[in-house]
Write a protein of this length. Structure first.
Length: 322
């Protein structure tokens, strides 16, 4: 296979794969800049609006922006000249590997002849890291869902507490109304008994007067008693409504808690799975290191693993949400 065809194969890989290929080829002199190359590849992906990290090259405008981001104080014309130097396959787009070869003044012919150090173990580790990245995204989503669930459960619990507080207040008002009603009914009964007794004892005039007062008394409830009955009726309805609302709110809070607990358990399981894969990857990484080949790949995968662990959800983080 010609050098140009070999190079085209490298230039059509993702930004990360191009970076690893460069580091594999020039690890001895390029290792000191590995972290910068990592950051540059991420910037290429960021500037690739259409394809992101799955992209392979930038158009001229995006490449200009990359140079500006690096702090290159050149005119547009100068930038065009710089970019044309880096565009080794002359397609008016800049692959990351083209930029790196230009940046470090390396020749295509030399690059494609450099060993890449590929092995089954490295590929297996890369496959595992790819799965870890997918699991990481899934785990982060589950952790976010669990946090939202916990927040919703807390909100529902607070609403239930407020409704229960209102119910207790309504019950207190009902008790107060019932006490006042009992007081007025006792007073009404006492007066009825007194007038009844007077209407049956004493002289004719006194009895007739008492009978008239009794009739008037029995004809309608006195104002205090009537008010107490109305107040009690209103308080009863209010207390029943408040009690029902409190029960419904508590049921909703319990449902929200159960759902949140289910989300938390799912997130916990995702964390356990991730941690197991991290441990597996770390073991495989040590095995690959012992081979002493593909050092660019090894460094990159170790960096990917560290980044994944940095942003991975943990049970401690999940616990703070509950």
């Amino acid at each position: 296979m010609s050098a140009s065809k070999k190079f085209k194969d490298f230039a059509t890989r993702t930004y990360a794969a191009q970076a690893k290929a460069f580091l594999n080829a020039y690890w001895k002199e390029g290792s000191k800049d590995a972290e910068n190359i990592w950051k540059w590849s991420l910037k290429f992906a960021e500037l690739d609006i259409e394809n992101g990290k799955e992209g392979k090259d930038l158009d001229e405008f995006a490449a200009h922006r990359f140079l500006e981001w690096l702090g290159e104080t050149k005119t547009v014309k100068q930038m065009r000249e710089e970019i044309s130097k880096a565009d080794l396959d002359f397609n008016k787009r800049i692959a990351f590997i083209e930029y790196l070869l230009w940046k470090y003044n390396k020749k295509v012919e030399e690059f494609v002849q450099r060993p890449q150090g590929d092995s089954k173990e490295i590929q297996a580790l890369q496959d595992l890291l790819t799965q870890i990245q997918k699991d990481l995204e899934s785990g982060q989503k589950k952790a976010e869902e669990a946090a939202k669930g916990a927040a919703e459960a807390a909100k529902k619990a607070q609403e239930a507490e407020q409704k229960e507080s209102s119910a207790k207040k309504a019950e207190a008002e009902l008790k107060e109304a019932l006490d006042e009603l009992k007081k007025q009914e006792t007073a009404y009964k006492t007066k009825t008994e007194l007038l009844t007794k007077k209407s049956e004892e004493g002289g004719v005039v006194a009895k007739n007067k008492a009978k008239a007062e009794l009739a008037q008394h029995l004809a309608e409830d006195p104002m205090p008693l009537s008010k107490a009955k109305l107040t009690t009726e209103a308080a009863t309805k209010k207390a029943e409504k408040a009690r029902k609302e409190a029960e419904e709110a508590r049921a909703k809070a319990q449902k929200a808690y159960d759902e949140a607990d289910g989300l938390r358990k799912a997130a916990d399981a995702a964390v356990d799975s991730l941690q197991a894969k991290f441990k597996d990857a770390e073991g495989k990484l040590e095995e690959v290191k012992e081979q002493g080949i593909g050092q660019g790949n090894v460094w990159w995968m170790e960096r990917e693993l560290a980044e994944a662990k940095k942003y991975a959800p943990t049970k401690a983080k999940l616990k703070t949400a509950f």
